[in-house]
Structure formats: structure tokens, C-alpha cells
Write a protein that binds this ligand. Structure first.
Ligand code: 5GP
Length: 206
């Protein structure tokens, strides 16, 4: 495939700071575009349809599955989440870098479809800190937080499938790590050869 862009897949347990990190990356790097997922969960206070997610009901989500519109989808914390095939295909055609913020199940499905996808896992510094961040967010009921903590232990056990690990203790450091991963991928031979084809030609490099 003649794809000069990169597909970054970022996974982490809820509360690890993954969304904030990815948002901060996109603020400083216009070359990275997000893939906005569909979900059957209700929007949280500040969330807007089409910005954080496309919020759909179960029937619409099922219709999209049946129509083959998802590249991957998974059941997470009792709701369904999916990545639109069209969004990714458009990015790939235009050669941009795309970042998917999805759970580990989705990340492994993406890896099967795109062997070159770059899988990044964001770890919290500790389980206590993870719970404190979920509580501090003030968006989920205590029983939802308990469920997310149970799920977090299972999610953390999947980290060995990932290419890169970022430990989000200090936000600025974690953002630096994420930027470094993105930058390094752009310097890979295959990408450089496509993006800087003229330079390669001038240098008579095949
Ligand atoms: P939240 O409800 O906290 O926004 O997200 C819950 C989990 O679902 C997070 O781990 C998030 O990354 C994941 N998620 C969001 N979108 C997708 C998606 O399109 N596919 C999959 N597999 N997981 C997703």
C-alpha cells in the first residue's frame, strides 16, 4: 500500500489521561488528525456529538455493524464503541497521520488489518492514582468507577502487545514522549522515501 501516513493507536484504561494527551498532541501538531468513534454510551456533561464521539443508539450502531461500516468495534464498560471505516480510508488516501483512541481489543483488531499501525499504551503511575483521577473527573458514579477499576486491571495486562509505553506521571513528560514517538515514525525510511521522493531522486537513491 502506498500510504505515507501513519496510523497511531493509543489505548489506556479510563482515567490514564489518554484523551488529554492526544488532544494536546493535536493542538501542537496539525499533521495528526483524530478518528472520531461512534458509541452507544450517553454523552458526558461537556461532550458534543461529532466532537468527542458520534453518539448513536443501539439500533443505529447495529445497523452500522450490519452494513460493514466499522473497521473495528468492541464492547467496553457495557457500551459499544466503533471506528468508522470511511474515516480511516479517507486519511489513508490523503496520506495524513491519524490517531485512534480506542481500547486494547480495538487496537489488536487494527493491528491485524494494518500491520504497520503503531500501538501505544498509556499507563497510569499507580492504581491508586488512577482511581483518584477517575474520582477527580467527577463524571462517573461511584459504581461506574468501581467497574472501571476492575476493567483497568484486565486492560493493563494487555500492555505487552503494544509497541510503545508511556507512563503518565507528569503530563508534560508524557506529552513529550508521545510527540517523540510520532516524530520518530515520520523519520522512518519508508515514510521519508515517499514524503521526500524528490530529495531521494536528486540523490539517485532508489
Ligand atoms: P470513554 O467512555 O471513557 O470515552 O471510553 C471508554 C473506552 O472505550 C476507552 O478505552 C476508549 O478508548 C474506548 N474507545 C473509544 N472509542 C473506541 C472505538 O472506536 N473502538 C474501541 N474498540 N474502543 C473505543
Amino acid at each position: 500500500m502506498n500510504y505515507s501516513g501513519n496510523l497511531f493507536v493509543v489505548a489506556a484504561p479510563s482515567g490514564s489521561g489518554k484523551s488529554t494527551l492526544v488532544k494536546a498532541l493535536m493542538e501542537v501538531d496539525a499533521g495528526v488528525v483524530p478518528s472520531i468513534s461512534h458509541t452507544t454510551r450517553e454523552p458526558r456533561g461537556h461532550e458534543k456529538d461529532g466532537r468527542e464521539y458520534f453518539f448513536v443508539d443501539d439500533a443505529e450502531f447495529q445497523r452500522m455493524i450490519d452494513a460493514g461500516q466499522f473497521l473495528e468495534w468492541a464492547q467496553v464498560h457495557g457500551h459499544r464503541y466503533g471506528t468508522s471505516r470511511q474515516t480511516i480510508e479517507t486519511c489513508i488516501q490523503t496520506g495524513c497521520d491519524v490517531v485512534l483512541e480506542i481500547d486494547w481489543q480495538g487496537a489488536l483488531q487494527i493491528r491485524k488489518l494494518f500491520a504497520a499501525a503503531i500501538l501505544i499504551f498509556v499507563l497510569p503511575p499507580s492504581l491508586d492514582e488512577l482511581r483518584a483521577r477517575l474520582q477527580c473527573r467527577g463524571e462517573d458514579a461511584p459504581e461506574v468507577i468501581d467497574q472501571r477499576m476492575v476493567n483497568a486491571r484486565k486492560e493493563l495486562a494487555q500492555v505487552h502487545y503494544f509497541d510503545y509505553v508511556i507512563i503518565n506521571t507528569i503530563f508534560e513528560r508524557a506529552l513529550f514522549d508521545l510527540k517523540a514517538i510520532v516524530h520518530a515514525q515520520r523519520l522512518r525510511y519508508a515514510t521519508q522515501k515517499l514524503v521526500n521522493a524528490n530529495t531521494f531522486a536528486t540523490l539517485h537513491i532508489n
